[in-house]
Design a protein around this ligand. Structure first.
Ligand code: NAP
Length: 541
């Protein structure tokens, strides 16, 4: 299947899809190499996740000092974040500031969706078409489309019949939404739903939260950052830049508690208390690695968090039953940071529907109908129902590799990649934040995105220096990566819990842990080894 021949054609060395954290840096790196490169972005501005997710309360869970670019020390020092975990508007402003400082926008085509990307075997180049009716002919295609960028918008029958306003959090209107005094439904209590609920609880008239799977949480400690604080982080620039590449999850912190077996229960509790008070993801990603493997350790840590949650819910039996997880272990889901989330449920204007008992059946003109026949009337329905994670960004484009093979069809059977950056059968196609690379809190996103962009750039540079025009992972290397990934994943309890990490939130999606869980340092070592050895797992011609 080839793209229509009569469209205007733009000829490039490289096309980058996406102008978020990864796409901006990829554009910069390839342009720096002297390539004729252009980025294509569906949105009207830069930012990716930070452009689209404008819902109330959106903010990141990585400390500002490490949610950074590392390629320019002066740039790092010049932008001063206002607090430890800045909210979406500040992060969007930061990415615009970076793009302007690097003069990137002139090479980004906004409001442009790539509909198809076909590898043309005659030319050994990629043939792209945009929804707007343009053709792009590029030697390299680099997909910087995000891990969590394909929102699950059509979730319930009857959605279009709703007479009020229905919104997915990832497609929040730029002009905002007035929720004052309204009857609002929130569906979903993942990291997004939690941020929405805690933020709008004082503004709405009445809020009903539709809760299916409860979440463990950690209270966020979010102090303001002064100029002096930021100067202090600036002094650590070189050390932090190296450190984040080597820790378990790409953060400043790493597992540093003594082995679980060597501590008394009181000593373990003291470690958990210290990390709980830190108000970051360190309780999950730098306490006891044993919690990922050992059911007994997992249960102790889980019970520690449940106890904290029970206290905050004032031991209300119905709320504790609804909101405190008991059937999976702490940290086998993505753990959200929150601020006043549980207290929302203690308010008189906040109600709940237990979707485990009465699932949502359909959306009707007045509101939401549950399986018991009740119609819950609303003015606004907020769907915080998540994403087709990892694979969805790529499979929503009609990507065809050698022999016309379809990535969508192949990934409906099995999701596979080589180190999350290339796919056998799709020459010269590179991607960041893709399945089987560390991602989304199992890697601080800016850490892994930049390392992947650097790897992709070096790989392209290497191939060009060798006089090769095409590079693709061998089937053997991809098999070996998938096997290593699965072996690592299957030792953990994460694979036993349903969530987007396992693809279980999308019906029919093949089950596999979408993020590499062998550690960011370990991942980068393996990527670096491939490069240092001349890419033995990749065929170049
Ligand atoms: P999510 O974690 O997939 O959560 C979706 C929620 O919707 C779940 O509670 C899910 O319940 C619920 N849901 C879906 N279909 C439903 C149905 N038919 N009925 C009732 N409930 C339903 O999605 P997310 O909250 O958007 O978060 C995705 C990821 O984005 C996070 O894990 C995180 O990596 C990232 N994120 C990060 C931040 C941050 O940095 N602070 C903030 C937001 C998001 P079930 O679990 O029962 O399916």
């Amino acid at each position: 299947m080839n793209a229509p021949r009569d469209l205007p054609v733009t000829r490039l060395d490289a096309a980058v899809i996406g102008a978020g954290v990864a796409g901006l840096y990829q554009l910069h790196r390839l342009r720096e190499m002297g390539l004729n490169v252009r980025a294509y972005e569906t949105g009207s501005g830069v930012g990716g996740t930070w452009y689209w997710n404008r819902y109330p309360g959106a903010r990141f869970d990585s400390q500002a000092e490490i949610y950074q670019y590392w390629f320019d020390e002066a740039m790092y020092k010049a932008w001063q974040p206002s607090e430890r975990f800045p909210a979406q508007p500040e992060t969007e402003r930061w990415l615009n500031w970076v793009a302007d400082r690097m003069d990137l926008k002139k090479d980004i085509q906004f409001d442009t969706r790539i509909d198809s990307a076909h590898f043309n075997e005659a030319t050994q180049r990629w043939d792209l078409t945009t929804r707007q009716g343009e053709r792009i002919d590029a030697q390299y295609l680099v997909c910087c489309m995000g891990m969590l960028s394909a929102p699950l918008t059509d979730r319930f029958p009857g959605q279009s019949s709703f007479q009020g306003q229905i919104l997915h959090t990832a497609l929040w209107p730029q002009e905002g939404v007035d929720l004052k005094g309204k009857r609002v439904a929130v569906i979903g209590t993942g990291a997004t739903g939690i941020q929405v609920i805690q933020t709008i609880k004082g503004e709405v008239g009445e809020m009903t939260v539709f809760v299916r799977t409860p979440q463990y949480i950690i209270p966020m400690r979010n102090p303001k950052y002064s100029a002096a604080d930021w100067a202090g982080w600036g002094e650590r620039f070189h050390e932090l830049k190296q450190r984040v590449r080597s820790t378990f999850a790409g953060f400043d912190y790493d597992f540093d508690a003594p082995p679980w077996d060597t501590l008394t229960p009181a000593e373990r509790e003291a470690v958990l208390e210290r990390l709980w008070d830190d108000g970051s993801l360190s309780l999950w990603l730098s306490s006891f690695p044993e919690m990922f493997f050992d059911e007994a350790v997992s249960e102790v840590v889980s019970e520690f968090v449940r106890r904290k949650m029970r206290d905050r819910l004032q031991h209300d039996p119905a709320l504790c039953e609804l909101l405190i997880p008991t059937d999976y272990g702490f940290g086998t889901h993505r753990v959200p940071l929150e601020n006043g989330y549980l207290e929302a449920y203690l308010q008189d204007n906040v109600h709940t529907v237990n979707c485990r008992q009465t699932p949502i059946e359909r959306i009707v003109p007045e509101g939401i109908q549950t399986a018991d026949g009740t119609v819950h009337p609303f003015d606004v329905i907020i769907m915080a129902v998540g994403f087709d994670a990892g694979s969805g960004a790529l499979t929503r484009v009609d990507i065809r590799g050698r022999g016309g093979r379809s990535l969508k069809e192949e990934w409906q059977r099995e999701i596979r990649t080589a180190m999350g950056m290339q796919i056998h059968g799709y020459p010269n196609l590179f991607s960041t934040a893709s399945p089987l690379a560390p991602t989304a809190a199992l890697c601080n996103m800016t850490t892994c995105l930049q390392a992947q962009v650097d790897w992709v750039t070096d790989c392209i540079a290497y191939a060009r220096a060798q006089g090769k025009t095409v590079i693709e992972p061998t089937r053997e290397f991809e098999d070996a990566w998938v096997a290593h990934h699965d072996e690592t994943a299957n030792q953990t309890l994460v694979v036993k819990t349903d969530s987007w990490y396992m693809g279980s939130n999308v019906e029919g999606k093949p089950r596999r842990l979408l993020s590499y869980i062998g550690g960011v340092g370990n991942y980068h070592r393996q990527c670096d080894e491939q490069a240092a050895q001349g890419y033995p797992g990749f065929a170049m011609r």
